[in-house]
Design a protein around this ligand. Structure first.
Ligand SMILES: Nc1ncnc2c1ncn2[C@@H]1O[C@H](COP(=O)(O)OP(=O)(O)OP(=O)(O)O)[C@@H](O)[C@H]1O
Ligand SMILES: C[C@@](O)(CCOP(=O)(O)OP(=O)(O)O)CC(=O)O
Length: 385
């Protein structure tokens, strides 16, 4: 019997992946870049038991038994097993897999990235595989390949038809830009109606802007973004991040029929950030939005207190909310009166934001060794049962 428990982080792209050239292998039409977020506040946790006593392979996600015949799950398992010595006794043993996310699943908060990175990382430990497993995580969900590494990560699209060169590489470790902070503004934490997978498929089929973006914009932007990250050039980093998010959502509008991921609150956030940067006379905050209305703000630690105060003022929580801020302890600051006055025209009704997660750039997946952390008993039964 073997048992392994791993945790893996989410990542939020600053150059977006949107569009596949191969649906089965999950090969993208452009490079993408992301930061991996701290495991402390948002992570997937997966336990795997491999035992000769298990009569079938089972997989529970967030307490619910899942089908194990899904293509993505099977592809990850098959590709991992290809790297294992065929004479290894336990290669034929069944698996019990139990996973849970400590943040909303399928709500546009990159749960598939953390989830598949965690599954593949834990499988690699079970079968004692070393090397870059990001191309296997990619077959679970494209963005998952970037969650295999901490810090700043590039997913190189690659050129081969078998996908062997489509993998993630670290641009810089999590210690590289220690002042960088992240605020996730959760506008909606319910399961989204239109998945990234189907949205990007329709974009590939119908959007001419997507083709232009992949061929003429992203290659140069990727180079500029890598230089900005390496030089810790916040101003350039922020501008590229916002431009790329906006172009990705323009592609969504150019898709036929269009996919609407942003809502009125998302647009109010975009306006507020531009107003703030302009008012301060410098770029202090950058927004980015994935395939959903939730905003992810990248900003430097020195500006967090004021931005939090501004968010609190513009997006007042409903009076019932006691846990509005999750994650690291938020610093407090009073907005000066003059600024409060000009800000008042941006004020939104109560409750437009569900909650805010204050976090930072973090490390990649890790193994938890304490048996108390296992989600399964040694016989492969979920502890929640
Ligand atoms: N911990 C996990 N382990 C394995 N698979 C997971 C896990 N968490 C999520 N998934 C898979 O990812 C799917 C959700 O992916 P989806 O792309 O719809 O949402 P998301 O990743 O939260 O959003 P986005 O990719 O737009 O940020 C789930 O239905 C499940 O198949
Ligand atoms: C908007 C994005 O978050 C899209 C993520 O798409 P997924 O990785 O969830 O899609 P599949 O490969 O079909 O599983 C941008 C990004 O993370 O780069």
């Amino acid at each position: 019997m073997k048992i392994v428990t791993a945790v893996a982080p989410v990542n939020i792209a600053v150059i977006k992946y949107w569009g596949k050239r191969d649906e089965t292998l999950i090969l993208p039409i452009n490079d993408s870049i992301s930061a991996t977020l701290s495991l402390e506040h948002m992570c997937a946790k997966t336990s795997i038991v491999c035992s000769p006593d298990l009569t079938e392979t089972k997989f529970w996600l967030n307490g619910e038994l899942q089908p194990t015949d899904s293509k993505r799950f099977q592809n990850c398992l098959r590709e991992i097993k290809k790297l294992v010595n065929p004479n290894l006794e336990y290669l034929s043993w069944n698996l019990s897999i139990c996973s849970e996310n400590n943040f909303p699943t399928a709500a546009g908060l990159a749960s598939s990235a953390a989830g598949y990175a965690c599954l593949v990382y834990a499988l690699a430990k079970i079968y004692e595989i070393n090397g870059n497993i990001s191309s296997i995580a990619r077959m679970g969900s494209g963005s998952a390949c970037r969650s295999i590494f901490g810090g700043w990560v590039r997913w190189q699209m690659g050129n081969t038809t078998d996908g062997s060169d489509s993998l993630a590489v670290q641009i810089a470790p999590e210690t590289h830009w220690p002042e960088m902070r992240v605020l996730v503004l959760v506008v909606n934490d319910k399961t989204k109606t239109y998945s990234s997978t189907s949205g990007m498929k329709t974009s590939v089929e119908t959007s001419t802007l997507l083709k232009h973006r992949a061929a003429n914009i992203v290659p140069q932007r990727t180079k500029e973004m890598i230089t900005a990250i390496k030089n810790k050039d916040y101003k350039t980093f922020a501008k590229l991040t916002m431009q790329d998010s906006n172009q990705f959502h323009a592609v969504c509008l150019d898709t036929y029929p269009p996919c609407f991921y942003l809502n009125d609150t998302s647009r109010a956030i975009i306006e507020l950030i531009h107003f703030y940067n302009q008012n301060k006379g410098e770029t202090k905050v950058a927004y980015t939005f994935d395939a959903g209305p939730n905003a992810c703000l990248y900003l430097l630690e020195k500006d967090v207190a004021e931005v939090i105060a501004m968010i609190n003022y513009v997006f007042p929580p409903t009076s019932l909310k006691s846990d509005y801020f999750k994650g690291d302890t938020v610093p407090s600051k009073k907005l000066d009166e003059e600024f409060t006055e000009v800000l008042s025209k941006h004020c939104q009704p109560e409750g437009k934001l569900k909650y805010v997660i204050y976090t930072r750039v973090g490390r990649g997946p890790k193994i938890l060794l304490d048996s108390q952390d296992h989600l399964l008993t040694e016989s492969g039964i979920p502890k929640f049962l």
